[in-house]
Design a protein around this ligand. Structure first.
Ligand code: HEM
Length: 497
C-alpha cells in the first residue's frame, strides 16, 4: 500500500513539475483560460477586434489564446508590434494557410500566403515593388483613374439633381473596383452602383467567401470536411474569375500581336512584358491570374470602406469638414476634382486619411502571421514555433498610453509631425510593416485622397431625414474582408457651383 502511495505521489510530482517547467521554458504570454476543445474561440464574438482589445486590458499587450486547436498570440501595443513586425520580422512573417485558399493551389501561387522564404514570393514582391506600384507606373495610369473619378462626380451630380441620398460605401465600392480594374486591365468591372455585372459579382462573392470565419481553420482535423462549404463556394468563384481573366489575357495577347499596338500602360501589359522576356519562366498566364486575384481581393473592400469612414467622420465633425474643404478649395479651386499631383499640397487631407485609418483600420488584426521558429521577445515571453500571430492595430490605434484622447477624431494630431502609415511608426500600421507590408499602399493612398478630396470639393453633404451629425451611429462591424460602418452612410449631395 505504502509503495503504491509513494509511486502515485512521484507520478503527480513529476507531472506537475514537467507542466510548470514546460510553461516556464516556453514562457508563453499570459491569456484567458482555454476551454477544452474550443479553447477561447467563443470569446472572440462577432467583433474580434473589440473583444481582443478588452481581453488585452486584462492580460496585457501580448496574450496567448487558443482558437480551437490553434495557439494564437495577440499583440496590442506599439512596442510589441515593433518586436514582431521589425525585430523578428524574418521569423514571424509567414502566414497560416486558410483551408479555402487551397483551391487551385491558390495559396501556393498567390502573393498573400506564400511563405517569406519562397523564391516565388520574393519574386512577386519585387515585381510589385519595382514595377507595378512604383510612382512611375502609377503616374502612367493616373489618367485612367481620373476618368473614373469624373464618373463618380457625374453619378453624385445626378443624385444631387433629384435630391436623392447616395450610399457612399456603394459609390466608393464601384469607383474603387473600377480604379483597380482600370489600373490593371484598362476596363471597368462595375457599370453602375447597383449593377450585377459578372466581374463585380464574382469579386463580391470571393470577398464574402474569404472573409467568412471557417471552422476548418481552427480545427485542422476538419480541413478535409469543409464543414461550412466555404472552400466549395470559393472554388466556384475563383474558377469563374479565372475564366474571365483568361478572356481578358487572350484578348490582350491578340492585340499585342498587332503591328500598331500602343501599350495601355496598365498592369496587365507590364506583366505580359515580363512574361515575354526570354528568361522569365515564372510569370506565365497561370501565375498572372493568381497575382491579379490577390490584388482584387486585397484592394477592394479595404479601400471603399476606408473612404466611407473618412466621409462619415467628416460629416460627423462639421468643423473638420469645413477646414478640409477650405484647404482643398484653396489648393485646387472650388468645384474642381482633385488630381494625384495635388495630394502633396494637401497636408490636412492627408492627416484626415491617417486619422481615419488610425480609428477605423480596414484590416483591424492585419493579416495573420505564423511563426517559422520559436522566438523569444524582449520582455522574455516566447512565441512558439507554428503559432499564429495577430496584430490588433485597432487596439493599438486607441492605445491609451500612446494617443491623447484616443477615441477623438482629430486629424490635427498629425499636423507638423512625421508620423505616417508607411510601416515605420508602430503606433500607426494599418498597412502592416516589414517584409509583408501591403504592396498596394501607394495605390490605395492615391485612390483615397482622390475620392475624398473630390467629393468634398464638389459637393456639400446633408444627412437624410433631418438627422443631426451628432446623432449618427458610428459603430463598426466586420463585413467581408474588412471593418466597415455598421449603418451604411447615406447622404444627400448638394452641388456647390
Ligand atoms: C497585404 C492593408 C489596399 C494588396 C495587406 C496587409 C494589410 C493591408 C494590413 C497585411 C500586411 C502585413 O501582414 O503586415 C491594406 C489597406 C488598404 C489596402 C488598409 C487600403 C486602405 C490594398 C490595395 C492592394 C493591396 C489597393 C492592391 C491593389 C495587398 C496584397 C497584400 C496586402 C497583395 C499581401 C502581401 C503579402 O502577403 O506579401 N494589406 N491594403 N492592398 N495588400 Fe493591402
Amino acid at each position: 500500500y505504502y509503495a503504491l502511495v509513494f509511486l502515485l505521489t512521484c507520478i503527480i510530482i513529476h507531472v506537475l513539475t514537467s507542466l510548470i517547467n514546460g510553461r516556464s521554458n516556453h514562457k508563453l504570454p499570459p491569456g484567458p483560460y482555454p476551454r477544452p476543445i474550443v479553447g477561447n474561440l467563443f470569446q472572440l464574438g462577432e467583433n474580434p477586434h473589440r473583444s481582443l482589445s478588452n481581453l488585452a486590458k486584462i492580460h496585457g499587450p501580448i496574450m496567448t489564446l487558443k482558437l480551437g486547436q490553434v495557439t494564437t498570440i495577440i499583440i496590442s501595443s506599439p512596442e510589441m508590434a515593433k518586436e514582431v513586425l521589425q525585430t523578428h520580422d524574418h521569423s514571424l512573417s509567414d502566414r497560416p494557410i486558410p483551408q479555402s485558399l487551397t483551391v487551385l493551389d491558390h495559396a501556393y501561387y498567390g502573393i498573400g500566403f506564400l511563405p517569406n522564404s519562397s523564391p516565388l514570393w520574393r519574386y512577386l514582391r519585387r515585381i510589385c515593388n519595382n514595377q507595378l506600384f512604383t510612382n512611375k507606373a502609377l503616374d502612367a495610369s493616373k489618367f485612367l483613374r481620373q476618368k473614373k473619378l469624373k464618373e463618380l462626380v457625374n453619378d453624385v451630380y445626378h443624385s444631387s439633381q433629384t435630391g436623392e441620398a447616395i450610399d457612399i460605401g456603394k459609390a466608393a465600392f464601384k469607383t474603387g473596383i473600377n480604379f483597380l480594374s482600370n489600373t490593371i486591365f484598362s476596363i471597368d468591372f462595375a457599370q453602375s452602383i447597383n449593377d450585377a455585372g459578372d466581374y463585380k459579382d464574382i469579386v463580391v462573392s470571393i470577398l464574402k467567401a474569404t472573409g467568412s470565419p471557417n471552422l476548418a481553420d481552427f480545427f485542422p482535423l476538419l480541413r478535409f470536411l469543409d464543414p461550412q462549404g466555404i472552400k466549395r463556394s470559393y472554388g466556384i468563384c475563383i474558377r469563374k474569375l479565372f475564366v474571365l481573366f483568361d478572356k481578358l489575357i487572350e484578348e490582350r495577347l491578340k492585340m499585342r500581336e498587332g503591328v500598331n499596338y500602343a501599350t495601355n500602360n496598365d498592369m496587365l501589359d507590364a506583366l505580359l512584358d515580363i512574361s515575354q522576356e526570354e528568361d522569365s519562366k515564372v510569370m506565365d498566364k497561370q501565375q498572372i491570374k493568381h497575382l491579379l486575384h490577390d490584388l482584387f481581393v486585397a484592394g477592394t473592400d479595404t479601400t471603399s470602406y476606408s473612404l466611407e469612414w473618412a466621409m462619415a467622420e467628416l460629416i460627423h465633425n462639421p468643423d473638420i469638414m469645413s477646414k478640409a474643404k477650405k484647404e482643398v478649395e484653396e489648393a485646387v479651386g472650388i468645384g474642381n476634382p482633385v488630381t494625384e499631383s495635388d495630394i502633396a499640397t494637401l497636408p490636412y487631407l492627408q492627416a484626415i486619411i491617417k486619422e481615419t485609418l488610425r480609428l477605423h483600420p480596414p484590416a483591424p488584426l492585419l493579416l495573420p502571421r505564423k511563426a517559422k521558429v520559436s522566438v523569444e521577445l524582449i520582455n522574455g515571453y516566447t512565441i512558439p514555433k507554428g503559432a499564429n500571430i495577430m496584430i490588433n492595430v485597432f487596439a493599438i490605434g486607441r492605445h491609451q498610453e500612446t494617443w491623447e484622447n484616443p477615441t477623438l477624431f482629430s486629424p490635427d494630431r498629425f499636423m507638423g509631425t512625421n508620423v505616417d502609415v508607411k510601416g515605420k511608426d508602430f503606433q500607426l500600421t494599418p498597412f502592416g510593416s516589414g517584409r509583408r507590408i501591403c504592396p498596394g499602399l501607394p495605390l490605395a493612398m492615391r485612390m483615397l485622397h482622390l475620392m475624398l478630396g473630390t467629393l468634398i470639393n464638389t459637393f456639400d453633404w446633408k444627412l437624410e431625414n433631418g438627422m443631426k451629425p451628432k446623432e449618427m451611429n458610428m459603430e463598426d462591424v466586420i463585413g467581408g474582408n474588412a471593418l466597415r460602418k455598421k449603418d451604411p452612410l447615406r447622404v444627400i449631395p448638394v452641388k456647390i457651383i
